[in-house]
Ligand binder design. Structure first.
Ligand code: ZN
Ligand code: CU
Length: 492
């Protein structure tokens, strides 16, 4: 007799690599997948728990490569928006903003305020953040990037200029400390005022330690509007300079004048991929969300206010409606609403579909957990890809959808022994109903758990079942492992 903690029997296993689903029984012990066999092949095993998954899909737990959950994993360790989607690992610190290492002089600069107010920033070193994550014991695993803007905040008196050589050296020392403690890489948010005046040379110099560490560079590019190709070239340049892989965050063609350009944008990615490792992530929606940016209040798209410090009562309204009510221009309304958060109706569905379906694209939610009226991507991104895009509109196969959320992500970010249903790998697993899985979160009612996610295990521990958390919290900080080459289809 062999012993397991859990046997999951009769599932259609989608292993995360893109291979077709096959019926398998799976044994889990001490947090790992210890055996995978044809149906009935584990009949000589005993287990404390047996989970009947007939008719369901068993897949690797989803990896949310693009999150702003830095402080959420500590303050709300149940991580309801993510565990309910089958997400078992989140990567924090995207878009140039990370909770650590950070020392604030006053209020957090935009868009660091997306992570919380000043009281949320308590981690002057990355090591302190790692300890806080492990002490909080979130339901999900946590990998972390270090934000360029966060580092700028630590070393510069003002953020509307380039950093000096001394300031870059200070930033680099902090980045190196973080890499020594397992940070996955560096992120930037060059479109934001707090980093826009950082020239490419500043980012390149800062990125230099990444190569030796085997880390990577992710970027919310300088622009996603008309000059997007230049911004992509800038990102590739950082990768070449530091000899590291590049991930373009939430790739999109923003603004009506840009709609349809995903063809040339993806062509750029494909051309450069022959010579250096580059990829991207995206979320499966045609509206974006962030803090309210006056530059984007041009009158040619609808913008919904999600929060406003001086005018919380305007949440849920379009800027156009607020401007009408106040009898002012949209620019003036936007100025009065600030600081504020917004949803921008700024993409075309064709572009979203083209980018999402590209083999180099991973799924990342970019969810904003501190937003009182969050973009539904926070609670819905992963089931929306499985339900709406894979099953209902047949944009991609279910196997390909799962690959974009699991093995591709783990390999790119260096999360070793995760992202596949494979013997010896960590038992981060999800069972879902392929007929029923769907996102329930909408723009009007965004805080709703997905349907059809039947069970989620994190490090072998059953964490979510029958639409409820079990109370177990088995997530942990995950340090950078050896990033591995992605297969031909995934192209790293
Ligand atoms: Zn971003
Ligand atoms: Cu982001």
């Amino acid at each position: 007799m062999e012993r397991a903690d859990t046997l999951i029997v009769g599932a259609r296993v989608i292993d995360g690599t893109g291979a077709p689903a096959v019926e398998r029984d799976v044994a889990v012990r001490d947090g790992r997948i210890v055996a995978i066999a044809e149906p009935g092949g584990l009949s000589h095993w005993t287990a404390d728990h047996t989970f009947d998954a007939r008719g369901k899909v068993l897949a690797p737990g989803f990896i949310d490569v693009h999150t702003h959950d830095d402080t959420h994993v500590i303050r709300s360790p149940q991580m309801m928006p993510k565990i309910t989607q089958g997400v078992t690992t989140v990567i924090v610190g995207n878009c140039g903003i990370s909770a650590s290492p950070v020392t604030l002089r006053s209020d957090p600069p935009d868009p660091m305020n997306l992570l919380g107010d000043a009281s949320a920033f308590r981690y002057p070193t990355f090591a302190a953040y790692v300890d806080a994550v492990n002490d909080a014991r979130p339901t999900v695993n946590v990998g972390a990037l270090i934000g360029h803007t966060a580092l700028r905040n630590n070393h510069m008196d003002r953020l509307d200029r380039a950093a000096t050589a001394d300031e870059i050296a200070g930033m680099r020392a902090q980045l190196e400390e973080a890499l020594d403690h397992g940070a996955l890489g560096l992120s930037s948010g060059l479109a934001y005022g707090s980093a826009f005046n950082a020239p490419p040379e500043e980012v390149e110099a800062l990125a230099e330690p990444l190569g030796k560490a085997g880390a990577l560079y992710t970027t919310h590019m300088r622009t996603e509007f008309d000059a997007i190709l230049d911004a992509m070239n800038e990102a590739y340049g950082v990768g070449r300079h530091a000899r590291v892989p590049v991930v373009i965050s939430h790739l999109k063609c923003a603004g009506p004048s840009n709609w349809g350009r995903s063809v040339e944008v993806l062509k750029s990615l494909e051309t450069v991929r022959d010579g250096q490792p580059v990829g991207c992530d995206c979320y499966p929606y045609n509206r974006s969300s962030s803090t309210l940016d006056l530059k984007q209040v041009t009158g040619d798209i609808d913008i919904t206010i999600t929060w406003s410090e001086p005018h919380p009562e305007m949440a849920g309204k379009l800027i156009r409606e607020v401007a009408d009510e106040w009898k002012v221009s949209q620019q003036d309304a936007a100025k009065r609403l600030q600081p504020a958060g917004a949803v921008y109706h700024n993409m075309s569905e064709d572009d979203v579909r083209r980018i999402l379906s590209h083999p180099a694209t991973m799924v990342g939610s970019d969810g904003l957990p501190n937003d009182p009226l969050p973009h539904p991507r926070l609670w819905g991104a992963f089931p929306r890809v499985l339900g709406h895009y894979a099953r209902d509109t047949a944009l991609i196969t279910l196997e390909e959808a799962v690959r974009k959320m699991t093995s591709l992500s783990a390999r790119r970010f260096g999360l070793s022994e995760r992202g596949e249903v494979r013997e010896g790998f960590h038992a981060d697993l999800v069972v879902f109903d392929p007929e029923r899985v769907r996102d329930a979160a909408t723009f009007a009612k965004p805080q709703q758990a997905a349907e059809g996610i039947d069970a989620v295990w994190v490090n072998g521990v059953l964490t979510y079942r029958e639409q409820a958390v079990t109370g177990a919290r088995a997530g942990r900080f995950v340090a950078r492992g050896a990033a591995s080459k992605v297969d031909a289809a995934g192209a790293f």
